[in-house]
Design a protein around this ligand. Structure first.
Ligand code: T1G
Length: 701
């Protein structure tokens, strides 16, 4: 028996205990141990029933994701579960924490399942580009029905134990010691003469519904909503097999479909996204003993769109927050906006009235800086002007208690300059939220030149508390996300001067998988935002670098996007549907003529490479400058803040999958034709020459 799996007997009950921290992943050693334990229990004449529990924070959280893509090592999980289900003594799985993926499949292989009331169960494989490959698509519908099984498998979202009880997935909710609860339940089974009950032999869930119609409806929905994704349709095909094939054939069909997903590039990209998000929380030079400061009272300066969104983040996380505005009137407007935002959620049913009141009660409006004397953290979200930032930070420095963290939500200004306005630059950090701040998961944590380890650790802890994906970035113009976006947007605009239309460019990137095309995004955020950034760029960048002129022409014509009803597209009043802007064609013609460009047909691949490789080349510069710790951090930023498709893994992972040699070849070609904007990043040249990848590179190598 492996040290990860223990087998003890308590009278006539075999107690199998698994302990594989941190999440009891079903790696090879655990599988081996489980198989041996069940075989030993079955062979032991003294044993009448088997109880399976896990130690630590959770029941099995699934297969060991780190094993994917490596040669499989026996026993496979399906083999282990077949042995568990085949056991001729009743078995009870005792679920706590999150029984996910292969973990729930192991439980479904057991004959009975009991769970702590606060436990959750789920099949999140689709989020990894996979499908439940150890019987989940065959056994779950047999218990919970096709509709529930499809809902759980296609969403990948876990459900609470109470709901699992309702749907016959678990048999009873328990509390107290897990092993004792399991043994008591097993004893009761024996007393009541209830023996083995193989899930695979159940059919109740498969009867009484028009499964074919259910499956057809979900199929149509998936085709419409997630056209580019590989695994969802295979999830449906596997469940469909359960409705018409006996278990063994259904399991074989599931295996076929699982292996197709396992070998798809999307699986590699989605598994990369999974680990990249977890890696992002690790800061290479953070001393292990660093302790974050407590944040039990926060404050936000500025009641604009961002300020209110940030205040809502704290209230949503149960943290009392003071919202400061310059005047009572402005404050009332800000508080009204907070109320309206919550009211929309209540109307949608995603928030209860009571919850809304509870959260609103955590937001206290103030107009006097003195009210901030006792807060642990302040986030400044005022107008993007250095003089205004100076005023705010000098006042905060004067009133805030020692140890308070002074954070700025600036998206582009120099954080070190802002920190220099205080006598405590080590307590200053950037917390760059993305709009709408109460919705977007991404948080760029900007590390200033003097930001202390403790303040940085505190900023990361605040990110976790606010349920954000926090990524550390260094100080530079636009940090990571916006700095790269600037290159991407510029090249998209140059494409308009060379012959493309906004519709064409946006369609090419949507087909690539982006949530929105660059021009639809610009119309949404407003073209005047970009104008201010372009103006500042022209001042600081080498004069020989050329800028596209289309956006400036639109701004000059007062066409600022959705807010003026016309930008790159035209919008009917009250509609966000982009329609053709009849005046744009002439503007594009004029822009091309002015530069002596003969407009030409551009194909989709060229459009995608011209925009995405601009991201990648800038990403490489950001890595070698140390503005981002690792390439996967850049991927996490683009996956969570810029609508980059998760199944592509992020811009840097995508470049690795294309091959840096190919990327460099195109970048060099563009450098030739389009000039110094496309000067290849030295790191890209180095890694391409050495046949290496961004994800395999570490600073200093
Ligand atoms: N395999 C390997 N490592 C895992 C893991 C797993 N399944 N789950 C978590 N980890 C690592 C993670 O990388 C991190 O490592 C540490 O554990 C803590 O995780 C056949 C094919 C369980 C809800 O998709 O959703 O079963 O960074 O920071 O916030 O059908 O982890 O410390 O080095 O996320 O408390 C299906 C994935 C697999 C669940 C806990 N299962 N895990 O969240 O901690 S596919 C999943 C989670 C499968 C079968 C198929 C979460 C969690 P490190 P954490 P957390």
């Amino acid at each position: 028996m492996s040290e990860l799996v223990r087998l003890q007997t308590r009278g006539d009950i075999a107690l199998i205990t698994v302990n594989n921290p941190p999440v009891n992943a079903l790696g090879q050693a655990v599988r081996q141990g489980l198989l041996q334990a069940f075989q030993a229990a079955e062979a032991d004449p003294q044993v009448a029933a088997v109880v399976l529990v896990c130690e630590g924070s959770t029941f099995f959280a699934g297969a060991d994701i780190k094993e994917f893509g490596k040669p499989p090592v026996a026993p496979s999980l399906p083999e282990v579960i077949d042995a568990i289900e085949g056991c001729n003594k009743p078995s009870v799985a005792v679920i706590h924490g999150t029984a996910l993926g292969g973990g729930l499949e192991v439980a479904l292989g057991c004959h009975y399942r009991i769970a702590r009331a606060d436990a959750k169960v789920g099949l999140p494989e689709v989020k990894l580009g996979l499908l439940p490959g150890a019987g989940g698509t065959q056994r779950l519908p047999r218990l919970a029905g096709v509709a529930k099984a499809l809902e759980m498998i296609l969403s990948g979202a876990p459900i609470p134990a109470s709901e699992a009880l309702e749907h016959g997935i678990v048999d009873e909710l328990v509390e107290g010691d897990l092993a004792e609860a399991g043994i008591a339940y097993a004893r009761r089974l024996l007393q009541e003469g209830r023996g083995v009950r193989r899930t695979g032999e159940q059919r109740a869930g498969l009867e009484g519904a028009d499964n074919a119609a259910l499956i057809a409806a979900r199929h149509a929905e998936v085709v419409k909503r997630t056209p580019g994704l590989f695994s969802p349709l295979r999830c449906i095909a596997a469940v469909e097999a359960a409705t018409r094939l006996p278990l063994a054939e259904g399991l074989a069909r599931e295996r076929e479909l699982f292996l197709e997903c396992l070998n798809s590039p999307q699986r590699a990209a989605l598994v990369h996204s999974f680990f990249a998000e977890r890696q992002a929380s690790k800061i290479a030079d953070m001393p292990a003993e660093t302790q974050p400061r407590e944040t039990s009272q926060a404050a936000v300066i500025g009641g604009g769109t961002m300020g209110v969104g940030i205040a809502l983040c704290f209230a949503n996380a149960g943290v009392p927050v003071k919202l400061l505005e310059v005047s009572g009137e402005a404050l009332q407007r800000a508080l009204q906006r907070a109320r309206e935002t919550y009211a929309v959620s209540v109307k949608r049913g995603s928030l209860s009235e009571a919850d809304m009141q509870r959260r609103l009660a955590l937001i206290e409006g103030v107009t006097d800086y003195a009210a901030l004397a006792d807060v642990d953290l302040v986030v400044e979200a005022v107008f993007e002007d250095m003089a205004v930032k100076q005023q705010v930070f000098e006042r905060l420095d004067a009133v805030c208690k020692p140890g308070a963290i002074l954070a700025s939500n600036t998206s582009s200004l120099n954080l070190d300059e802002i920190a220099a306005f205080t006598r405590r630059p080590e307590d200053v950090v950037g917390l760059h939220f993305f709009s709408p701040a109460n919705v977007m998961r991404l948080l760029e944590v900007v590390r200033g030149g003097q930001t202390s380890h403790e303040v940085l650790a505190s900023a990361m802890a605040i990110g976790r508390k606010l349920k954000k994906v926090a990524v550390v970035v260094g100080v530079c113009d636009g940090f990571v996300g916006n700095r790269m976006l600037f290159q991407y947007g510029r090249e998209a605009e140059f494409l308009l001067e060379e012959g493309a239309t906004p519709q064409q460019v946006d369609a090419a990137l949507r087909n690539f998988g982006m949530a929105m095309g660059p021009f639809a995004v610009r119309d949404l955020s407003g073209l005047d935002i970009g104008q201010a950034i372009r103006r500042r760029q022209r001042e600081i960048l080498p004069k020989h670098l050329e800028f596209p002129t289309v956006a400036d022409r639109l701004c000059a014509a007062g066409m600022l996007g959705q807010k003026t009803g016309v930008g790159y597209y035209r919008y009917e009043a009250g509609s966000r549907t982009p329609l053709e802007n009849p005046e744009l064609a002439a503007m594009l013609e004029a822009a091309s003529q002015e530069k002596g460009i003969e407009r030409r047909e551009l194909d989709e691949q060229y459009i995608v490479e011209r925009t995405l490789y601009a991201l990648v080349n800038e990403g490489a510069k950001i890595l070698e400058e140390g503005i981002a710790q690792r390439s996967s951090d850049i991927d996490v930023i683009y996956l969570n803040g810029y609508g980059f498709p998760a199944w592509r893994g992020g811009p840097m992972f995508y470049a690795d999958s294309v091959g840096l040699g190919n990327v460099l070849a195109r970048v060099k070609e563009l450098h030739e034709r389009c000039g110094d904007w496309w000067k290849p990043a030295p790191l890209l040249e180095k890694l391409a020459a050495e046949g290496r990848t961004f994800s395999g590179w570490q600073r200093g190598q």
